[in-house]
Write a protein that binds this ligand. Structure first.
Ligand code: GSH
Length: 266
């Protein structure tokens, strides 16, 4: 039996759900509201995931954390269909994407997200509620960044750099897709499932011009092909409440005039 502790819009949850769906694996859903509900800090959940983050996957009683390791575990434990190439070079290329996302793109994601998407909503909370949420973030750097982007939005000093990490990553996707159809080789695989949620995040924040055919044609085609996959409907679309997407996009549109100049850096 598989249980997944996850959140609808969390990038790391989306990638894990995509891999589960590609492999046709059912799971018991345990939703952890990490934005308003703050359920990632519940002592019972922290026992499973000491970093206070989602996802956590429990397979036959074995508790697994760290989404990159979870999806590799799933690919090993449930090899059909395989989501990594067999050859060493192909596996290296997939691991390289997973590492790049863990070390660079993922740490930039909360900065870009919270400066735009749920910021207005969180600023409406009573100060003591917001302060308690900030105080509960265990990593001091992440806590300071969250405070800064909630206070200053896209004008926060951290924002341009974090957006730059996204731009570097989508440029790298565009470049990788020059020589292959998918980031993981000849079929949708772990690297694609890992990168997709961050590209989708830009779309959810109404930064569509960055993803257009004119700007990055191979990325645009890759995104359209992923959206046509049955696993996308099950793992991403079904969890993306239209009202929440609308709220994120409308907040994104409201700040695009300030964001656009930061995307024209080269
Ligand atoms: N390295 C971890 C990162 C997990 C992570 O940062 N998850 C985010 C959602 S994508 C989270 O739970 N954040 C909690 C918070 O913002 O308080 C993984 O890959 O599983």
């Amino acid at each position: 039996m598989i249980e997944l502790y996850h959140f609808a819009f969390s990038t790391c949850s989306q990638k894990t759900r995509l891999v589960l769906a590609e492999k046709g694996l059912d799971f018991v859903s345990r939703e952890v509201d990490i934005v308003i509900g703050e359920q990632q800090h519940d002592p019972a959940y922290v026992k499973l995931n000491p970093k206070h983050v989602v996802p956590t996957l429990v397979h036959d009683g074995r508790v697994l954390v760290e989404s990159s390791l979870i999806i590799k575990y799933l690919d090993d434990a449930f090899p059909d269909p395989p989501m990594r190439p067999r050859d060493a070079a192909g596996r290296y290329a997939v691991d390289f994407w997973l590492k790049r996302v863990d070390e660079e793109l993922h740490p930039a994601a909360p900065v870009v997200t919270f400066a735009v998407g749920p910021r207005k909503l969180l600023l409406q909370q009573p100060v003591e509620v917001r302060e308690a949420s900030l105080a509960a973030i265990p990593d001091p750097k992440a806590r300071a960044e969250r405070r800064s982007v909630l206070e200053h939005g896209v004008k926060a000093p951290e924002f341009a750099g974090a957006l730059g990490v996204f731009l570097d990553s989508i440029d790298a996707v565009e470049s990788d897709l020059a020589s292959q159809t998918w980031l993981s080789g000849d079929r949708f695989g772990l690297a694609d499932a890992t990168v997709l949620p961050y590209v989708l995040r830009l779309e959810h924040l109404a930064m569509d011009p960055l993803l257009s055919v004119a700007a990055r044609p191979r990325l645009a085609d890759w995104l359209a092909r992923i959206k046509a996959l049955p696993s996308y409907a099950t793992a991403v679309e079904a969890w993306s409440a239209p009202a929440a997407v609308e709220m994120l996009r409308s907040n994104g549109k409201a700040v695009w005039a300030d964001v656009e100049p930061l995307t024209l850096r080269r």
